[in-house]
Design a protein around this ligand. Sequence first.
Ligand SMILES: [Ca+2]
Length: 232
Amino acid sequence: MWQAALVMAAMLVLVWSGATMAKVEWSVKPVSSFEFPEGNIIPNGDLSEDTHRFTITYEWGEIFTYDTSAYLTGKSSLLFDQKEGQRGRVYVNVRVDSDKKYKLGYVMKTEDLKLPENNQSLRWGVYMQDGLGAWIDSREPLKSLPDDYLNGMETGGIVIRTPNEIDLGDGPKPVSGTTGWFNVEILLDLPALVKDLQAALGRINLLRVDVTLYGGSGKIWLDCIYLVPVED
Ligand SMILES: [Ca+2]
């Protein structure tokens, strides 16, 4: 009997330590509806109108339209009908409290998305600004952290991105073709990241939520951008 109790206790410790070790997590899951998590600090994240707060660059800055027939929140989504060779990027900077954990994300879907031949694909990333206003480069500090520290996300220097291949239910691969809506979410434990990534002045004061596609063609809908502090 006591052996069973001991095994149970050991398992609990394992589960507990696993849960508390993750400083960066991410997930992608299909959704058919969406409700903003309470406490979203990104204004106009429902992308209905007045998106001046968001920086929409490369060709996406010229071709974006508000789609009032396909959206999950508010009155519209942003639609990019991208022609071969065009590129796109959307990002938003948000001041954060360095003492908190945050989750951030958005929903997207695609239609007839053909990926470019340069191995680029839709990527979701986050940038972190330190107490001196510099973007934190995670490459050097990551060398002395466990290999799985980013939980499958990848460092691109000052950006931490979801992997090239994600699983929307039919195995890991770059997003292409026609998909339903899916929700990409990233969770960041800022107090831990401050320490582990050696953020200057011991602060992370700003996060940049970022989506990119450099090349390819097809339709991409973006909606429901959020960033919320997470209570333990
Ligand atoms: Ca919307």
